[in-house]
Design a protein around this ligand. Structure first.
Ligand SMILES: Nc1ncnc2c1ncn2[C@@H]1O[C@H](COP(=O)(O)OP(=O)(O)OP(=O)(O)O)[C@@H](O)[C@H]1O
Ligand SMILES: [Mg+2]
Length: 261
C-alpha cells in the first residue's frame, strides 16, 4: 500500500493556544481513518491545516508525493483533497444541482474567455457537468435527485449533509475529509450515511477517507483505524475496540463533561 497523506510534526498555534501539538501520522491509499476527541481537541484544525485554510506553525503536509504545506485551498482541491464542513457551507439560495456543479469548477476547462469566444464548447461542457452532477445526486441515500431544483437552503438537515458530500465528490477527490457528517441526523439517517460511505468506498477502492465523528455509531462502522486527539495531541491510535478501551481516551472524554461521546 502506498502513502497518500503524510503529516509530519505538525504544530498549529493560535497565539498562546496550541491547537495541534507535533502531530505525525500518515494514511494509505484506499484506507479510512476515524478521528475522535472531545470538543476543542483540534480535529477541525487538522482538516484546516491539510486543506490550506491554515498554514501550520511548523511541520510538513505531503499529499500524493507533493509538499502541500500551506498551499492555497484551490491548489489542494485540484490535487485531489475535498472536504465537508462541520457547519454546512452550501450556497443556500442556489439549487441543489448548482451546488454540486460548483464543486466541479476545479475539473472544468472552460474559463470566462473560453465561454465567451467558444460558447459551443462551453455549452457542451456544461451539459456534461449537469449529467455528472445528476449522477452524484442519485448516488446516496435520500432523494436529492428529486429535489435538485430546490434551493439548497430549503433542504432538511440530513439532506444538506448529504449534499455537502455530493459536492465534495464533484471535485473527484483522492482524499475525502468529512467533518462530523452525522451532525443533525437521527439514527436511521446516520445508518444511511454509514451505508453511503461504505458503498462509496467499495465503488472507489482507491479513495481514502478521514472522518471526524462524535457519534460512535459511525466510528464503530469503520473500525479499522481510529485516532483520538486531545489538546492537539494524538493520544491513542489503533482499531476501534482498542482505542475505545484506552484509559487515556476514556479520561479525555470523561474529563470534559462528555458533551458528546
Ligand atoms: N482561527 C482560530 N483562531 C484561534 N483559535 C482557534 C482557531 N481555530 C481553532 N481555534 C482553537 O483551536 C482549538 C481546536 O479547535 P478545533 O475547532 O480544531 O476543535 P475540534 O476538535 O474540531 O472541536 P469540536 O469537536 O468542538 O468541533 C480550540 O481551542 C479552538 O478554539
Ligand atoms: Mg470541529
Amino acid at each position: 500500500m502506498s502513502v497518500l497523506l503524510d503529516i509530519k510534526n505538525v504544530t498549529m498555534r493560535f497565539g498562546g493556544l496550541v491547537a495541534l501539538d507535533d502531530v505525525t501520522f500518515s494514511i494509505e491509499k484506499g484506507s479510512v481513518l476515524a478521528v475522535i476527541g472531545p470538543n476543542g481537541a483540534g480535529k477541525s484544525t487538522l482538516f484546516n491545516v491539510v486543506t490550506g485554510v491554515y498554514k501550520p506553525t511548523s511541520g510538513r503536509v505531503t499529499f500524493d508525493g507533493a509538499d502541500i504545506t500551506g498551499k492555497p485551498t484551490y491548489e489542494v482541491v485540484q490535487r485531489g483533497i475535498a472536504r465537508t464542513f462541520q457547519a454546512s457551507r452550501l450556497f443556500s439560495d442556489l439549487s441543489v444541482l448548482d451546488n454540486v456543479i460548483i464543486g466541479m469548477h476545479t475539473r472544468t476547462k472552460t474559463g470566462v474567455l473560453k465561454a465567451l469566444f467558444r460558447p459551443g464548447a462551453s455549452r457542451r461542457e456544461m451539459a456534461a457537468c449537469v449529467e455528472k452532477a445528476e449522477t452524484l445526486l442519485r448516488l446516496g441515500s435520500g432523494d436529492l435527485y428529486e429535489q435538485r431544483y430546490r434551493p439548497a437552503g430549503t433542504l432538511a438537515q440530513a439532506d444538506r449533509r448529504r449534499l455537502e458530500i455530493a459536492r465534495a465528490l464533484a471535485s473527484q477527490p483522492k482524499l475525502l475529509l468529512l467533518d462530523e457528517p452525522s451532525v443533525g441526523m437521527d439514527d436511521t439517517e446516520t445508518d444511511a450515511l454509514v451505508a453511503d460511505i461504505a458503498r462509496l468506498r467499495s465503488e472507489h477502492p482507491e479513495l481514502s477517507v478521514i472522518l471526524i465523528e462524535h457519534d460512535m455509531r459511525v466510528v464503530e462502522a469503520f473500525p479499522e483505524r481510529v485516532m483520538c486527539v486531545d489538546y492537539g495531541s494524538l493520544i491513542a491510535e489503533g482499531g476501534f475496540a482498542a482505542v475505545r478501551a484506552d484509559p487515556r481516551v476514556q479520561e479525555a472524554y470523561l474529563g470534559k463533561a462528555a458533551t458528546h461521546a
